[in-house]
Write a protein that binds this ligand. Sequence first.
Ligand code: FPP
Length: 237
Amino acid sequence: MAQTQTENPIRVDARLRHIAFIMDGNGRWAQKRMMPREYGHKVGAATFKKVVRHCGDIGIKTVTVYAFSTENWSRPPREVNAILRLLEEYLDKCENDREAQDIRYRFIGDQSVLPEGLRRRIEHIERTSADRELTLNIALNYGARDELVHAVNRLIAEGKQSVTAEDISGALYTADSPDPDLIVRTGGELRLSNFLLWQAAYAELYFTDVLWPDLSDQDVDAAVRHFYARQRRFGGV
Ligand code: FPP
């Protein structure tokens, strides 16, 4: 749905604090142009920056993106390396990029198997950006089942005999973010692919055929309008 001139500029309120994105379609976008899949990820990384900026501009407080899943290691090494390199380049540039200075960076996922250089950059940026307003969660080597297993094992290690929903939420990688209000998936598939399964309990889901590199600010606004057109009752009447 394209934004028309009659629609007011979007500004979100407290009902929409957190948007999460499944950034799907980079490979197909590149292949349609007879380009290698890695090129799709490169353009996808530029789209990611633009989308985060737009979310901040319309008043979103937390953005989460699915950058690399626990399953993505099964891709050809060349493609895996290209995605990890894009992340490293992004983190390097963040240091000097004025726009990136408003962002509080959090990485969610199992970092233990990431390359040492990337882990160091993550530790540095999380530490130096901690007091900023817009939280950006980057899911890297993330899988929701893996996250739940990790959380439950943590609670067992703490000596819990039984757990509450709050205990589980508090032991997830996303413990300091509110649950997502809206999850947007590009690329036409209608599934969550092991992303934020616990946190998505009451999220509105928005699927678009637009491939991630093509996602525009107007497409994000369309997802936001879709959210506000729904009435969320959280199981009540
Ligand atoms: C899914 O599209 C996308 C990914 C697995 C990687 C997403 C990564 C980026 C957008 C770049 C990350 C960089 C930063 C800085 C966050 P796909 O490859 O599965 O597409 P397809 O379904 O068309 O094959």
